[in-house]
Design a protein around this ligand. Sequence first.
Ligand code: HEM
Length: 224
Amino acid sequence: MLNRIYDWIDDRMDITPIWRDVADHEVPEHVNPAYHFSAFVYCFGGLTFFIVVIQIISGMFLTMYYVPDIVNAWESVYYLQNEVAAGVIVRGMHHWGASLVVVMIFLHTLRVFFTGAYKAPRELNWVVGVLLFLVILGLAFTGYLLPWDMKALFATRVGLDIAASVPFIGDWIQTLLAGDEEIIGAQTLARFFAIHVFFLPAALFVLMAVHFIMIRRQGIAGPL
Ligand code: HEM
Protein backbone atom coordinates (compact mmCIF):
# COMPACT_ATOMS: atom_id res chain seq x y z
CA MET A 1 0.00 0.00 0.00
CA LEU A 2 2.67 2.50 1.10
CA ASN A 3 4.78 1.36 -1.88
CA ARG A 4 2.00 2.22 -4.26
CA ILE A 5 1.48 5.67 -2.73
CA TYR A 6 5.25 6.27 -2.97
CA ASP A 7 5.33 5.12 -6.63
CA TRP A 8 2.33 7.30 -7.46
CA ILE A 9 4.04 10.39 -6.03
CA ASP A 10 7.41 9.42 -7.55
CA ASP A 11 5.86 9.07 -11.05
CA ARG A 12 4.64 12.63 -10.79
CA MET A 13 7.42 14.38 -8.84
CA ASP A 14 10.53 12.20 -9.41
CA ILE A 15 11.54 12.33 -5.73
CA THR A 16 13.82 9.25 -5.72
CA PRO A 17 16.96 11.06 -6.98
CA ILE A 18 16.57 13.70 -4.25
CA TRP A 19 16.82 11.36 -1.25
CA ARG A 20 19.16 8.93 -3.10
CA ASP A 21 21.63 11.79 -3.47
CA VAL A 22 21.74 12.16 0.33
CA ALA A 23 21.43 8.45 1.26
CA ASP A 24 24.10 7.18 -1.18
CA HIS A 25 26.64 9.86 -0.30
CA GLU A 26 29.66 8.06 1.14
CA VAL A 27 31.31 9.11 4.38
CA PRO A 28 35.11 9.19 4.07
CA GLU A 29 37.02 6.74 6.26
CA HIS A 30 38.88 9.42 8.24
CA VAL A 31 35.63 10.83 9.69
CA ASN A 32 34.21 7.44 10.66
CA PRO A 33 34.70 6.54 14.36
CA ALA A 34 34.30 2.83 13.44
CA TYR A 35 37.74 3.06 11.75
CA HIS A 36 39.47 5.63 13.95
CA PHE A 37 37.89 6.25 17.34
CA SER A 38 39.23 9.81 17.51
CA ALA A 39 37.03 10.63 14.50
CA PHE A 40 34.13 11.11 16.94
CA VAL A 41 35.09 14.80 16.89
CA TYR A 42 33.49 14.95 13.44
CA CYS A 43 30.09 14.27 15.05
CA PHE A 44 29.88 17.67 16.72
CA GLY A 45 28.50 19.48 13.64
CA GLY A 46 25.74 16.91 13.23
CA LEU A 47 25.01 16.98 16.98
CA THR A 48 24.73 20.77 16.83
CA PHE A 49 22.17 20.36 14.06
CA PHE A 50 20.33 17.69 16.07
CA ILE A 51 19.97 19.99 19.09
CA VAL A 52 18.91 22.88 16.83
CA VAL A 53 16.07 20.66 15.57
CA ILE A 54 15.08 19.83 19.19
CA GLN A 55 15.12 23.55 20.04
CA ILE A 56 12.87 24.38 17.09
CA ILE A 57 10.32 21.65 17.86
CA SER A 58 10.24 22.24 21.65
CA GLY A 59 10.13 26.02 21.04
CA MET A 60 7.12 25.66 18.76
CA PHE A 61 5.28 23.84 21.54
CA LEU A 62 6.34 26.46 24.11
CA THR A 63 4.69 29.22 22.04
CA MET A 64 1.35 27.41 22.43
CA TYR A 65 1.34 28.52 26.09
CA TYR A 66 3.80 31.39 26.38
CA VAL A 67 2.26 34.88 26.48
CA PRO A 68 4.76 37.60 25.44
CA ASP A 69 3.57 40.49 27.61
CA ILE A 70 4.90 41.71 30.95
CA VAL A 71 1.69 40.99 32.88
CA ASN A 72 1.29 37.37 31.81
CA ALA A 73 4.73 36.11 30.72
CA TRP A 74 5.96 34.79 34.07
CA GLU A 75 2.61 33.24 34.95
CA SER A 76 2.25 31.58 31.56
CA VAL A 77 5.64 29.92 32.04
CA TYR A 78 4.68 28.90 35.60
CA TYR A 79 1.44 27.42 34.32
CA LEU A 80 3.22 25.53 31.54
CA GLN A 81 5.81 24.21 33.99
CA ASN A 82 3.39 23.08 36.71
CA GLU A 83 -0.04 22.49 35.21
CA VAL A 84 0.32 21.46 31.57
CA ALA A 85 0.82 17.75 30.81
CA ALA A 86 4.47 17.17 29.79
CA GLY A 87 5.03 20.95 30.00
CA VAL A 88 7.94 20.44 32.37
CA ILE A 89 9.56 18.08 29.83
CA VAL A 90 9.09 20.38 26.85
CA ARG A 91 10.39 23.39 28.79
CA GLY A 92 13.23 21.30 30.24
CA MET A 93 14.33 20.23 26.77
CA HIS A 94 14.36 23.82 25.54
CA HIS A 95 16.09 25.09 28.70
CA TRP A 96 18.91 22.50 28.77
CA GLY A 97 19.13 22.38 24.98
CA ALA A 98 19.89 26.10 24.93
CA SER A 99 23.07 25.53 26.95
CA LEU A 100 23.97 22.28 25.20
CA VAL A 101 23.78 23.80 21.72
CA VAL A 102 26.30 26.47 22.74
CA VAL A 103 28.64 23.77 24.09
CA MET A 104 28.23 21.70 20.90
CA ILE A 105 28.78 24.59 18.49
CA PHE A 106 31.91 25.47 20.46
CA LEU A 107 33.22 21.88 20.24
CA HIS A 108 32.40 21.83 16.50
CA THR A 109 34.33 25.09 16.02
CA LEU A 110 37.30 23.61 17.92
CA ARG A 111 37.21 20.52 15.67
CA VAL A 112 37.20 22.65 12.51
CA PHE A 113 40.00 24.81 13.90
CA PHE A 114 42.31 22.03 15.10
CA THR A 115 41.90 19.95 11.93
CA GLY A 116 42.65 23.07 9.86
CA ALA A 117 39.37 22.60 7.97
CA TYR A 118 38.89 26.39 7.75
CA LYS A 119 41.74 26.67 5.21
CA ALA A 120 41.25 27.15 1.45
CA PRO A 121 38.81 26.49 -0.13
CA ARG A 122 36.62 26.48 3.01
CA GLU A 123 37.29 30.00 4.34
CA LEU A 124 33.84 31.25 3.35
CA ASN A 125 32.17 28.39 5.19
CA TRP A 126 34.15 29.36 8.29
CA VAL A 127 32.73 32.88 7.93
CA VAL A 128 29.21 31.44 7.59
CA GLY A 129 30.01 29.40 10.72
CA VAL A 130 31.01 32.50 12.68
CA LEU A 131 27.67 34.09 11.71
CA LEU A 132 25.90 30.90 12.85
CA PHE A 133 27.74 31.13 16.17
CA LEU A 134 26.57 34.73 16.64
CA VAL A 135 22.97 33.77 15.79
CA ILE A 136 23.04 30.91 18.35
CA LEU A 137 24.42 33.25 21.03
CA GLY A 138 21.73 35.80 20.10
CA LEU A 139 19.04 33.15 20.51
CA ALA A 140 20.43 32.18 23.92
CA PHE A 141 20.55 35.83 25.04
CA THR A 142 17.05 36.81 23.83
CA GLY A 143 15.47 33.58 25.13
CA TYR A 144 16.83 34.18 28.63
CA LEU A 145 14.60 37.24 29.16
CA LEU A 146 11.36 35.54 28.15
CA PRO A 147 10.47 33.82 31.51
CA TRP A 148 10.40 37.39 32.92
CA ASP A 149 11.75 36.52 36.38
CA MET A 150 14.39 38.40 38.40
CA LYS A 151 17.24 36.29 36.99
CA ALA A 152 16.12 37.14 33.46
CA LEU A 153 15.86 40.87 34.22
CA PHE A 154 19.28 41.19 35.86
CA ALA A 155 21.03 39.02 33.26
CA THR A 156 19.51 41.08 30.45
CA ARG A 157 20.54 44.30 32.24
CA VAL A 158 24.14 43.06 32.17
CA GLY A 159 23.86 42.05 28.50
CA LEU A 160 22.38 45.40 27.48
CA ASP A 161 25.08 47.27 29.43
CA ILE A 162 27.71 45.30 27.51
CA ALA A 163 25.96 46.16 24.24
CA ALA A 164 25.84 49.83 25.29
CA SER A 165 29.59 49.84 25.94
CA VAL A 166 30.38 49.31 22.24
CA PRO A 167 32.21 52.45 21.05
CA PHE A 168 30.15 55.03 19.12
CA ILE A 169 27.11 52.87 18.30
CA GLY A 170 26.59 51.22 21.71
CA ASP A 171 23.61 53.36 22.78
CA TRP A 172 22.00 52.86 19.41
CA ILE A 173 22.34 49.05 19.63
CA GLN A 174 20.87 49.08 23.13
CA THR A 175 17.88 51.16 22.05
CA LEU A 176 17.35 48.98 19.00
CA LEU A 177 17.32 45.85 21.17
CA ALA A 178 15.53 47.10 24.24
CA GLY A 179 13.25 49.81 22.85
CA ASP A 180 14.20 52.13 25.69
CA GLU A 181 17.59 53.23 26.96
CA GLU A 182 16.76 53.23 30.65
CA ILE A 183 14.42 50.41 31.63
CA ILE A 184 13.74 46.86 30.60
CA GLY A 185 9.99 46.94 30.04
CA ALA A 186 7.08 46.03 27.81
CA GLN A 187 8.83 47.07 24.62
CA THR A 188 11.95 45.12 25.54
CA LEU A 189 10.02 41.89 26.08
CA ALA A 190 8.09 42.30 22.81
CA ARG A 191 11.30 42.94 20.87
CA PHE A 192 13.21 40.09 22.46
CA PHE A 193 10.31 37.76 21.72
CA ALA A 194 10.14 38.86 18.06
CA ILE A 195 13.91 38.55 17.67
CA HIS A 196 13.89 35.14 19.41
CA VAL A 197 11.09 33.50 17.41
CA PHE A 198 11.18 35.29 14.02
CA PHE A 199 14.32 37.26 13.16
CA LEU A 200 17.06 34.94 14.41
CA PRO A 201 15.40 31.64 13.41
CA ALA A 202 14.96 33.02 9.86
CA ALA A 203 18.66 33.92 9.76
CA LEU A 204 19.52 30.51 11.24
CA PHE A 205 17.63 28.63 8.49
CA VAL A 206 19.28 30.58 5.67
CA LEU A 207 22.78 30.26 7.16
CA MET A 208 22.40 26.53 7.87
CA ALA A 209 21.22 25.94 4.28
CA VAL A 210 24.26 27.80 2.91
CA HIS A 211 26.53 25.92 5.37
CA PHE A 212 25.24 22.50 4.26
CA ILE A 213 25.22 23.31 0.52
CA MET A 214 28.85 24.42 0.78
CA ILE A 215 29.83 21.25 2.70
CA ARG A 216 28.23 19.08 -0.03
CA ARG A 217 29.93 21.06 -2.81
CA GLN A 218 33.39 21.14 -1.28
CA GLY A 219 33.27 17.77 0.47
CA ILE A 220 34.57 17.26 3.97
CA ALA A 221 38.22 18.32 4.49
CA GLY A 222 40.80 15.51 4.16
CA PRO A 223 42.69 13.78 7.02
CA LEU A 224 45.52 15.57 8.82
C1 HEM B 1 24.17 25.87 13.88
C2 HEM B 1 25.48 25.76 13.82
C3 HEM B 1 26.26 24.76 12.96
C4 HEM B 1 25.85 23.58 12.42
C5 HEM B 1 24.47 22.90 12.53
C6 HEM B 1 27.00 23.03 11.70
C7 HEM B 1 27.00 21.81 11.05
C8 HEM B 1 28.09 21.28 10.36
C9 HEM B 1 28.20 19.93 9.85
C10 HEM B 1 27.12 18.84 10.02
C11 HEM B 1 29.40 19.82 9.24
C12 HEM B 1 29.98 18.56 8.59
C13 HEM B 1 31.23 18.11 9.34
C14 HEM B 1 31.08 17.96 10.82
O1 HEM B 1 30.00 17.56 11.28
O2 HEM B 1 32.06 18.28 11.56
C15 HEM B 1 30.06 21.12 9.30
C16 HEM B 1 31.27 21.44 8.73
C17 HEM B 1 31.92 22.67 8.83
N1 HEM B 1 31.58 23.68 9.70
FE1 HEM B 1 29.83 23.78 10.74
N2 HEM B 1 28.04 23.91 11.81
C18 HEM B 1 27.66 24.97 12.58
C19 HEM B 1 28.46 26.03 12.98
C20 HEM B 1 29.78 26.23 12.57
C21 HEM B 1 30.71 27.20 13.14
C22 HEM B 1 30.40 28.10 14.35
C23 HEM B 1 31.87 27.13 12.41
C24 HEM B 1 33.16 27.92 12.57
C25 HEM B 1 33.25 29.15 13.02
C26 HEM B 1 31.67 26.13 11.37
C27 HEM B 1 32.57 25.81 10.38
C28 HEM B 1 32.52 24.70 9.58
C29 HEM B 1 33.46 24.36 8.52
C30 HEM B 1 34.65 25.22 8.04
C31 HEM B 1 33.08 23.09 8.05
C32 HEM B 1 33.78 22.27 6.96
C33 HEM B 1 34.69 21.33 7.71
C34 HEM B 1 35.34 20.28 6.86
O3 HEM B 1 35.16 20.27 5.64
O4 HEM B 1 36.04 19.45 7.48
N3 HEM B 1 30.41 25.58 11.53
N4 HEM B 1 29.23 21.98 10.01
